[in-house]
Write a protein that binds this ligand. Structure first.
Ligand SMILES: [Zn+2]
Length: 85
C-alpha cells in the first residue's frame, strides 16, 4: 500500500509498533510523497527500548470516525522515532 491509497481511505498518519517491546507510536507522514509505500517506513523506525531498528508499520486506522475498535489506541506515546535520512 502506498501513502496515496492510504490517504484515499481517509487516513493521514501511520501507526508503528516495536516487534520487541511493543512500544507504539503514531507517525505523521503529511510531508511524504504519495508514492512512498507504507512498508518502506518499517526498517527506518528506531525504538527507545534500546535502539531496536525496525517496526511493524501500518495505516493508523483509528483516525477514521468509524474506526476499527480493536485497533483503537487511546494512549499512544512516541516511543518510536524515525531515523534521519
Ligand atoms: Zn522496543
Amino acid at each position: 500500500m502506498t501513502l496515496a491509497s492510504m490517504r484515499a481511505n481517509g487516513v493521514r498518519s501511520l501507526w508503528a509498533v516495536c516487534a520487541v517491546c511493543h512500544h507504539e507510536a503514531v507517525l505523521n507522514v503529511d510531508t511524504y510523497n504519495e508514492a512512498v509505500t507504507i512498508p518502506s517506513f518499517g526498517p527506518e523506525m528506531v525504538c527507545t527500548c534500546g535502539g531496536i531498528i525496525g517496526a511493524d508499520v501500518r495505516p493508523n486506522w483509528s483516525e477514521l470516525p468509524q474506526g476499527r475498535p480493536k485497533n483503537a489506541r487511546s494512549n499512544v506515546g512516541n516511543d518510536l522515532q524515525q531515523m534521519s535520512r
